[in-house]
Design a protein around this ligand. Sequence first.
Ligand SMILES: Nc1ncnc2c1ncn2[C@@H]1O[C@H](COP(=O)(O)OP(=O)(O)O)[C@@H](O)[C@H]1O
Ligand SMILES: [Mg+2]
Length: 388
Amino acid sequence: MAETAAGPARQLLFVRELKLTDFRNYARAQLALDARPVVLVGDNGSGKTNLLEAVSLLGPGHGLRGRPYEELCRHDGAGGFAVAAKVVSRQDEVDIGTGLAAGTRDEGAGRTVRIAGKEQSAGALADLVKLVWLIPAMDGLFTGPASERRRFLDRLVLAVDPKMRSPLGRYDRAMRQRNRLFQMREDSRALFEGLEEQMAEAGVAIAAARLEAAARLASLIDRTRAARGDGTPFPWASLALEGTLEGALAEKPATEVEDEFRLILEQGRERDRAAARALEGPHLSDLIVLHGPKDAPAQLCSSGEQKALLIGLILAKAELIKEIEGPSPLVLLDEVAAHLDQARREALFGEILRLGAQAWMTGTDRDLFAPIAQDAQILTVNRGMIGA
Ligand SMILES: Nc1ncnc2c1ncn2[C@@H]1O[C@H](COP(=O)(O)OP(=O)(O)O)[C@@H](O)[C@H]1O
Ligand SMILES: [Mg+2]
């Protein structure tokens, strides 16, 4: 690492340049940025969330809305979309380009990714650009279905250990194939045994990685509490995992849990056949969150308390990634500032500056961002155009 008289060079991750072509409501847009937080101000429907979504595609996956790529192509455009960025990652600047070529008709087609001019898989972005986000759709995280909390948990897992992408994909594929065997009324024992073997192996790896990631986040939350007390504006969360394999791993060695799960799948075959899906396994696990100071389940807290808890969790996740990686991840906060009272809003800005994150924040009212105006780059968004 480069050292200067002032100590080690500051570790940074930020978007220095962003170009959009035919992306949602942007025909063309170009932004030049520095490492400071970015504030996007504009009326409803102007394109703020779309811009955050474009930034989220600098990481792996389908971005913060999780939508099919065809939906991202501008309606009146040439078909296809492109997002190009220069990203400063530690000391280097890397060109990242991603998009869908015009004429891609294939539903569910993957996007192309180029890193430093070389064609790569989207998964390769995981090592390069770390992201955390909070969007209005996550407001129901604690009250909604377990699947959303599982996705949240698995994003944390991937942030801690990008290599987990492979077992997550393997488990999912094997489970779907097994479901398909039920539909096809297939009962070849060898076929089932092969898939169940894969589900057991990948499933235990996933459950172990979830426990590890949750424990690391919990430990960071504990240390922050010890250092700063309970009086922080964003309440601390207590985390627990609920799931067959996660529970078993707390008591038994992984090899034993793997054998047991294989047996569960084998013995549950007829029951699963009747349901046409697997009724047990890590695809059904849940992340249980408690509001620490109140010692109450998150879903029973007021919506304001849930929001504050969620912000605290997102900030803790960003801090954990920073601890592991060096630089803070990019933090995308859509419509967060407007829902906070002034003291909490100022506290949020303080946390972002302390993290040293290039946080991207949106809002309809510029005045809300006055406390961070000197330390941020404020841009206006108006019907798919971006100005200073
Ligand atoms: N593929 C698309 N092509 C053209 N316009 C789109 C596309 N997808 C979404 N839009 C439009 O983009 C506009 C801005 O959306 P959004 O970024 O969510 O606004 P906001 O500034 O409120 O966050 C919406 O009016 C929406 O209709
Ligand atoms: Mg929006």
